[in-house]
Unconditional design. Structure first.
Length: 102
């Protein structure tokens, strides 16, 4: 079956998540308070752009475009670092904003 099949399955899952947060039920859940809506919009961008680093690393690493596992690990660690910190900061900002408590 191989690497391509795994990549396709992973991309289908990511596409479903992207659809859900931009057009599905989750996109409607953020309607309401402005602080929550702006945080949700920021989280959408993180999922769309930040999570794109993972399939990029997959393509570069498993398609043989990178030398050794060190660079692949660096890409995945960078993605984890950026995404987790960005998520945390956005959630913290929403939780501590005056608009979300009103």
């Amino acid at each position: 079956v191989g690497v391509t099949f795994g990549f396709i399955i992973g991309m289908i899952g990511w596409a479903v998540i992207i659809w859900e947060i931009f057009r599905g039920e989750a996109s409607q859940a953020a309607d309401g308070k402005e602080g929550i809506k702006s945080a949700f919009n920021a989280l959408r961008i993180i999922v769309l752009v930040g999570w794109a680093i993972y399939p990029l690393g997959y393509i570069l690493g498993y398609a043989g475009m990178l030398e050794g596992d060190g660079t692949l690990n660096l890409i995945y660690n960078l993605a984890d670092f950026v995404n987790k910190i960005a998520f945390g900061v956005v959630i913290w900002a929403a939780a501590t904003s005056d608009e979300s408590r009103a």
